[in-house]
Design a protein around this ligand. Structure first.
Ligand SMILES: C[S@@+](CC[C@H](N)C(=O)[O-])C[C@H]1O[C@@H](n2cnc3c(N)ncnc32)[C@H](O)[C@@H]1O
Length: 246
């Protein structure tokens, strides 16, 4: 991937906010912002992978000062063009390693984006970077899916998850490295156009170890923003770790 915007160049940024995913509904955005406002506990927040400001903007409107890191100029240009976007300082760079000025009571990374870091080392570096930005007592919040490997019958490594007249989507898993690639074929006029995005799936318990390596300790895990209990059937989680005081 030679594009400095990574997999979130102009063509993705242009339609990112038109998504019909639940994450873009007012209900989910309000619940996310309620949760993050409480975790920020009156201090400033740093969003890793701030994107187009889906959450940063409403969080800032609640009175939480937000700083963002993102590698995509195309995505962050969209943020800047929105009302209030000029109030969110953004640092362009890799969120696993980029250091910004200041300390934060909240660092957060949403919507499965920890999986955009495609190696375990990069994911560990991200936890270390989050910890570096936290005040003592500050919180790191990650929202990410639980890997759905139970959908993989023995001997199979491909999971189709959308098959409609205009789009086919499927994930290809390498269970040795936890590398996953999402493939999409867009069909128009009988012709298909293919693109793919690499991820690395990561287990909740593995994230706890990454947090421990970074000097953070668990402060809660839920199945959603409203504090739903996390169980063996949960398909995603909102996890919180804390930088110990002293
Ligand atoms: C799915 S979007 C999430 C944006 C926003 N956090 C949200 O919840 O709507 C993923 C974002 O992560 C950014 N990104 C992916 N990998 C990155 C990396 N290693 N460093 C910085 N930004 C990255 C992309 O540019 C994109 O804006």
């Amino acid at each position: 991937m030679d594009d400095p915007d990574g997999y979130f160049g102009q063509h993705v940024a242009a339609t990112y906010d038109d998504s019909t995913d639940d994450e873009f509904t007012e209900t989910v955005i309000d619940a996310t912002v309620d949760f993050l406002t409480a975790q920020a506990a009156g201090g400033p927040a740093l969003e890793l992978a701030v994107g187009t400001g889906r959450i940063a903007l409403p969080l800032a409107r609640r009175g939480v000062p937000v700083h963002g890191i993102d590698m995509s100029r195309a995505m962050t240009d969209r943020l800047r063009a929105k009302p209030g976007g000029d109030q969110i300082p953004v640092t362009l760079g890799d969120f696993a390693t980029t250091r910004v000025e200041g300390d934060f009571t909240l660092v957060y990374l949403l919507y499965n984006t920890v999986m955009n870091l495609t190696t375990q080392d990069a994911q560990v570096a991200c936890f270390e970077n989050a910890a570096r930005h936290l005040t003592p007592g500050g919180r790191f919040v990650v929202e990410v899916l639980v890997p759905q490997l139970r959908r993989l019958p023995a001997g199979q490594h491909v999971v189709p998850y959308h098959a409609g007249p205009t789009r086919w989507s499927y994930d290809v898993y390498d269970t040795a490295t936890q590398a996953t690639t999402s493939h999409h074929v867009h069909v128009a006029d009988g012709r298909g156009e293919h693109h793919s995005v690499p991820f690395r799936y990561v287990w909740p318990s593995e994230l706890d170890l990454m947090a421990r390596i970074a000097g953070l300790r668990p402060a809660g895990r839920w199945a959603g923003w409203a504090g739903e209990p996390f169980t063996g059937e949960s398909e995603r989680h909102v996890s919180v770790w804390e930088r110990p005081v002293g």
